[in-house]
Every structure is written in C-alpha cells, then in structure tokens.
Design a protein around this ligand. Structure first.
Ligand SMILES: Nc1ncnc2c1ncn2[C@@H]1O[C@H](COP(=O)(O)OP(=O)(O)OP(=O)(O)O)[C@@H](O)[C@H]1O
Length: 285
C-alpha cells in the first residue's frame, strides 16, 4: 500500500501548482458555450427532465443544484450524449449537438469527468494519463498512426508525454505518477479524473459531485485548481450537494426542481429565494 494512500495527511501539502500551458487551452468564442433548450426525458411514467432551459456563460463556474430527484444527473447525461432526449436541444459552441454520441461531444470540447474504471486501477497514474481519450480537434496530440512515418509517431508520443507531465504537475500529482491508481485516496482519484479530462483539451468541463469522499484539504486543492482553470478561460458546470461549497465558489447558480429550472441567479439571490427554500424542504412550489 502506498504512503499516500495510507496517510491522508500527505495530501495537506502546500498549494502552488505549476502553471499550465494555456496555448492548448480553451478556444471557444461563444459567450454562452452551452445552451439547453426545452430538454425533456421520461423513463416510463417518470418524467426526469421536464423542459429544462438554461445556458452557461463562458469562463464561469456555474452550479446546477436541486433536491434529490430534481433531474440533475439526467440533465448531465442528456448534455453529454449518454442519454438521448425525447425533445429539446443541446447547443455547444453554437453547434447543435443533440443526440450526438458521447465521444463526438467530447471531441467538440464538452467533457465530463469519469470515475477511474476498475480495469484502470491496476495501472499507474502515468499509464492512466497515457490512455486518456485524446482530443481530435486540430489533431494536436494524437494524429492517426500512419504506416511509414515512424519519426512523426515518436514525435507525437513525446509531445503527448510532455503534455501529460505538464498536467500532472499542474494538479500536483506528478510525485505519484508511478503509483497504481487503485492505491490512490479518494481525493487523489478525483485529481486524476480531472487531469485525464483536461488532457482531452476541453473548452468546458462538467463535474458531477467532484468532492464526494474528498478530505477537506484536498477539496480545497481541487477548488484552487478549478478556479485557476476558470481564470484561464475554461467553463465549468458543477453538480454538488454541498450548498455552502456552491454558494462560496460559483458565480451563477441554476436550481432544478421536478425536471425544470425553478430559478437561477447569483448565490445571494438563490440563498434568499423562498421557492428554493420550499423546494428543498419538500414543500409545494
Ligand atoms: N434510468 C432511469 N429509469 C427510471 N427512472 C429514472 C432513471 N434515471 C432517473 N430516473 C428518475 O428520474 C428522476 C430524476 O433523477 P436524477 O437522478 O436525474 O435526479 P438528481 O437530481 O440527479 O437526483 P440526486 O440528487 O438524488 O442524484 C428521479 O425520480 C429518478 O428516480
């Protein structure tokens, strides 16, 4: 068992991550890269998402909240192509992406973090990074392997490796590059998940409860990285149950209730909104 796994205190090291090369950062120009319009999805008799309409402004950390069963996960799955909507549209960077496959949507720069799959637990952090799905846009890192151009392939691998280390350093997990993913603590896994997502050169990241099971010091570190990336122009949509965390970190909050947007606004607006309080208490709105 690794030192980092057995001793969570090692996660409390000081902040100060390496700067990341923004030349491969987001290149979106849309003011509202993500637009969701009239999204609806039913499962048998249950309408999970019922006409959700909202948009996310570029370069913001926007929170998507709502009581249990409000439709947050289903909305995420509809946006990222894991589910197809019954009606409604999802637009990303001014392109209609409704009904596209998850990998096509990821290739467009809209990426969600994924838990480290079981089969990746027996691989090191570095191997996990090397196996992360690569972005095809601009073919920056991962052009197809053409027979007879060995030099070019080696060059691309070196380029990828350089980028991998850059991202590992940014998330301050370069020192555990040789550690097996299965030995990581909950928080370190989350950092690796986000590092893998960043390697795909996204414009926008969808984070579904990224702080679940994360100790407070690593939570702070994750948040620091998210804010740094946001300042570099990345856009975030965050589903999170911890209301204090949402209120302290998001500049805009969208409240889902019974599959549709109940209200949205600044954290201060949301905190004092009677309808929101009632929705969370289970009252009728
Ligand atoms: N695959 C499915 N089949 C049947 N019902 C589903 C399915 N997925 C979601 N639902 C139902 O749709 C509604 C919305 O669920 P969803 O998971 O999207 O809400 P949520 O806001 O993410 O909830 P939570 O905060 O509890 O995770 C719930 O009533 C849920 O039971």
């Amino acid at each position: 068992m690794s030192e980092t796994d057995s001793n969570p205190e090692t996660e409390t090291e000081a902040f100060g991550s390496a700067p990341i090369d923004t030349s491969s950062g987001p290149d979106t120009t849309a003011e509202f890269p993500l637009q969701v319009d009239g999204l609806r999805k039913s499962f048998g008799g249950i309408t999970a998402v019922d006409g959700a309409t909202f948009q996310v402004e570029s370069g913001t950390l926007t929170g998507l909240i709502g009581p249990n069963g409000a439709g947050k996960s289903t909305t995420f799955n509809l946006i990222t192509g894991m589910l197809k909507p019954d009606t409604g549209t999802v637009t990303f960077n001014d392109e209609d992406i409704t009904g596209m496959e998850p990998h096509e949507i990821a290739n467009k720069g809209l990426v969600r973090t994924f838990q480290i799959a079981r089969e990746l637990e027996d691989m090191t952090v570095l191997e996990n990074m090397m196996l992360a799905p690569k972005h095809q846009r601009g073919e920056k890192l991962w052009r197809s392997v053409l027979p007879g151009v060995r030099g070019e392939v080696i060059e691309q691998e070196e380029e990828l490796l350089e980028r991998v280390w850059e991202v590992l350093e940014f998330f301050e997990i370069d020192h555990i590059a040789e550690e097996y993913a299965g030995n990581l603590s909950g928080g370190q896994r989350k950092l690796l998940e986000m590092a893998r997502a960043l390697l795909t050169d996204p414009d926008m990241l969808l984070l579904d409860e990224p702080f679940a099971g994360v100790n407070p010091s690593l939570e702070k570190r994750l948040l620091t990285h998210i804010h740094e990336l946001r300042e570099q122009g990345y856009t975030f949509l965050l589903v999170e149950h911890d209301m204090d965390l949402i209120m302290e970190n998001c500049e805009h909050v969208i409240v889902l209730h019974q599959g549709r947007v109940l209200t949205e606004g600044t954290p201060a607006d949301i905190k004092s909104n009677e309808e929101v309080i009632e929705a969370y208490l289970g009252g009728n709105v």
